[in-house]
Design a binder for this molecule. Structure first.
Ligand SMILES: NC(=O)c1ccc[n+]([C@@H]2O[C@H](COP(=O)([O-])OP(=O)(O)OC[C@H]3O[C@@H](n4cnc5c(N)ncnc54)[C@H](OP(=O)(O)O)[C@@H]3O)[C@@H](O)[C@H]2O)c1
Length: 371
């Protein structure tokens, strides 16, 4: 028997989850890797974990409204991960395959995973997306063309979110004369780095914000024309100097969104990808935006999206045509901060959302096993 450590959601966090209290390492289970029944499924070994902001929206009482289906209390945390198949009874899945998608934070799992899957669909409101539907998909061994960790950045949710939203929401609006300007918040984050690079490919002027000088340097390295540390230069100061803007790509909401609205030109277009400033904060403590009158005065359009809305078969085909090739050729860059040790995954999730300013990379990845 082999120890089958997992990280369990022990308690709903009201704000920031505390490792050891809400997210608990559970060493109580064992597994017989050679003989555990597969019931027509397959057995996977966890290699890499991709802690991401949306996971917090899933760590809530199922009765509370949110865009994402909830996780299950007392069950392993579920998130996007890279796994290796050890045994399989499923047609098309073979031992030795690598797969990326949703799975338990658990060393070994018989797939499809069950414990972490929320079945209380009767509680879901119409805007709820079933994140458990993002099941493991086979991914090729890049054989050194790029590190496996790119599957959680450029080729994972941040890459898909950035690529699909830029290509379907911003790119079609670039067919007019003159250079356009885009402002991207959380420019050094997983999604932000993709937006900076795609915007530069399309010839836009890019303004980016980030929370440390290291991250600012990284935004510039990947092409931002102007990047600023919002801790030392205000959004207003930077946007008055480098704006006005045609597009705002919003990863954070709050004061950044308010100042971006102030900096908008007539007919500007705002894409709302996420509102990280509000995550883990009660509604009454979030920043209240006071300049919404500018939306009609300047005919500004605001468009929110969820990645699955944009993933038509054509978009997926385009994504897989462009992104792996650009990644292998270094035309699309990413840096991942690798954190060793499964036991560090809860803290990595906290860092992935509230950002340690001590790193200047686009993505945090937890390395559970090398192979
Ligand atoms: N709509 C969708 O389908 C979809 C899909 C994927 C992601 N998202 C959303 O897109 C956004 C970006 O996702 P991501 O995975 O790339 O995450 P990310 O941008 O890497 O998010 C983490 C970063 O947010 C920044 N941040 C945290 N608190 C902040 C604050 N108060 N003000 C400004 N910045 C703050 C921190 O960077 P700094 O050090 O620079 O502050 C932190 O490192 C998130 O809001 C996420 O929820 C949406």
């Amino acid at each position: 028997m082999t120890s089958n450590t997992r990280i369990v959601l022990a308690k709903w966090p009201e704000t920031v989850p505390v490792p050891g209290e809400h997210l608990v390492l559970d060493n109580s289970r064992t597994i017989d890797i050679e003989n555990v029944p597969l019931n027509g499924g397959f057995l996977t070994k966890l290699l890499l974990i991709s802690p991401e902001p949306y996971m917090l929206s899933r760590m809530r009482d199922p009765a509370l409204r949110s865009f994402a289906s909830p996780m299950v209390l007392g069950a392993p945390v579920v998130g996007m991960c890279l796994v290796k198949v050890l045994r399989s009874e499923k047609e098309g899945v073979n031992a030795g395959d690598y797969m990326y998608g949703m799975t338990h934070w658990e060393l070994y799992t018989v797939q499809p995973y069950m414990e972490g899957r929320c079945m209380q669909r009767e509680l879901w409101t119409p805007e709820t997306f079933d994140l458990d539907s993002l099941v493991l998909q086979p991914v090729p061994d890049p054989k050194g063309a790029f590190p496996f960790s790119r599957y959680s950045s450029l080729m994972g949710i941040p890459g898909l979110a950035g690529y699909s939203s830029f290509m379907s929401l911003i790119a079609p609006r670039l067919n007019t004369d003159g250079q356009k300007t885009v402002f991207v918040s959380s420019g050094a984050g997983g999604v932000g780095t993709v937006i900076i690079q795609l915007a530069k490919k399309k010839g836009l002027k890019v303004i980016a914000s980030a929370g440390s000088d290291q991250k600012v340097a990284y935004c510039k390295k990947i092409g931002a024309d102007y990047a600023f540390n919002y801790e030392t230069e205000s959004y207003r100061e930077a946007l008055e100097k480098e704006g006005p803007i045609d597009f705002y790509y919003d990863n954070v909401g709050g004061i950044a969104l308010e100042e971006a609205i102030n900096a908008c030109k007539l007919n500007a277009y705002i894409v709302v990808c996420g509102h990280i400033t509000g995550y883990g904060k009660p509604v009454e403590e979030r920043h209240g935006i006071k300049n919404t009158h500018l939306l009609f005065e300047r005919r500004i359009t605001i468009q929110g999206f969820l990645v699955p809305d944009l993933l038509s078969p054509t978009m997926m085909q385009q994504f897989f045509q462009d992104v792996p090739g650009w990644t292998a050729q270094g035309l699309l860059q990413s840096e991942e901060k690798l954190i060793d040790g499964f036991e560090n995954a809860p803290q990595a999730l906290v860092e992935a959302v509230w950002g340690g300013s001590d790193y200047s990379v686009s993505k945090l990845v937890v390395v559970v096993a090398k192979d």
